[in-house]
Design a protein around this ligand. Structure first.
Ligand SMILES: [Zn+2]
Length: 383
């Protein structure tokens, strides 16, 4: 969803962002409460009171989701996993962890911290509602009891729903932690937990469809149709997220198990540093169609010259500048051995900001690996 998100503040040093789709939920929840639940639970109040209470309850539910995510974040931070941001959106919240958990135990504890917070909040709200009911409250106090019960119920549901053992839900993360500890294979555990996620996505969708069907056929109450609609929606979301996870795992394992040697451009021609830019354009770039060449002298790699470097020089100067003037000087970081995995090469490209690296064997350049060659490999691999 390419809708905007706004930062509304920070907690535990983490920026909290609200995605535009969340406002849809806010309006929907407020409307559902103000026109259905509250008039039934608290008869005899004015319409504006219902809408006001509905909006307050929706905000408190939003706070509950935020606290759930902060539960995950708190434990993740204890394991030194940086959290980029917490985003609240249509389907709840997500804490963006910048790294994978360091161990199965860390993953397990981070995953369960969210539902633990939700259950604690649920117990607190129910407790407060029961205590308020026992007190001799004035008539307005009844609203407090209803609100406490509502929040308590929703927090328990939030905790339980997230414990569904399909990745990427919390229960699925706990499942992955278990599979990971058992098989010692992180990628395979992720793929398996996401497979269960696909299954639960389908199951939720089917349950939602049954509710909607029942309501249409008149077997079930009409109000269950909207619950069924939500279940279909959430099932589709879980299915999509699990599907993407499995695709990413496939890409990662392909990148990790393929050597640079198998993807690199082999016909490497080195360019001498004292050639003019004009000559390198005519005799190398245009003649070969490649986007970049290593620059070497006496068998030593001095740098790399790419189309972008040439384009940065005005054409009128091409006859007057040499390759040495325009090339990017190489450091050992830009030279990699052919038996590295593509994954390692990609990480190095990200680290150096170069999208071409020179593959070197026994001090000699034997190939070039480029971002576009990796992309092409992935394209072919998918087919
Ligand atoms: Zn969670």
């Amino acid at each position: 969803m390419n809708l905007p998100a706004w930062e509304i503040g920070r907690a535990l040093g983490i920026p909290i962002r609200v995605h535009a789709s969340w406002f849809f939920v806010f309006v929907f929840v407020t409307w559902t409460l103000a026109t259905g639940y509250l008039p039934e639970a608290l008869p005899g109040l004015s319409g504006s009171r219902y809408w006001g209470m509905g909006a307050i309850a929706a905000l408190l539910l939003f706070l509950s989701v935020l606290l759930h995510e902060l539960g995950h974040s708190y434990v993740a931070l204890r394991y030194r996993i940086p959290i980029g941001q917490i985003t609240l959106f249509l389907f709840g919240g997500v804490a963006h962890m910048r790294k994978e958990p360091p161990s199965p135990l860390a993953e397990f504890l981070i995953a369960l911290a969210g539902p633990a917070v939700s259950f604690a909040l649920g117990a607190f709200c129910f407790g407060a509602a029961v205590a308020a009911e026992a007190l001799p409250l004035p008539s307005g106090g009844r609203g407090f009891v209803v609100l406490g019960g509502l929040l308590g119920f929703n927090n328990v549901v939030l905790g339980l729903f997230n414990l569904i053992p399909g990745f990427p839900l919390d229960g699925g993360r706990a499942l992955r932690a278990g599979l990971w500890a058992w098989s010692k294979n992180f990628h395979r555990a992720t793929s398996q937990a996401a497979f269960v996620g696909l299954g639960f996505g389908l199951l939720l969708g089917a349950a939602g469809a049954a509710l909607v069907g029942g309501a249409i056929a008149g077997v079930l109450d009409h109000s269950t149709a909207s619950n069924g609609g939500w279940l279909i929606f959430i099932g589709a979301f879980l299915f999509g997220a699990a599907w993407n996870t499995r695709r990413q795992v496939a890409i990662r394992s392909a990148l990790a198990s393929t050597a640079v040697r198998d993807v690199m451009i082999r016909a490497v021609v080195s360019v001498p540093p004292d050639l003019t830019v004009q000559a390198v354009v005519d005799d190398f770039f245009i003649a070969s169609g490649y986007g970049g060449f290593p620059v070497s002298e006496d068998g030593r790699i001095l740098g790399l010259v790419a189309v972008e470097d040439v384009q940065a020089v005005p054409q009128t100067l091409w006859a007057w500048r040499t390759v040495r003037d325009v090339m990017r000087p190489a450091s050992p970081d830009h030279l990699i051995p052919p038996d590295w995995s593509i994954m390692q090469a990609m990480e190095r490209m990200v680290l150096t900001g170069w999208d071409r690296l020179v593959v070197v064997e026994a001090g000699q350049p034997v190939g070039l690996i480029t971002r576009s060659a990796v992309a092409q490999f992935l394209q072919l691999h998918k087919a």
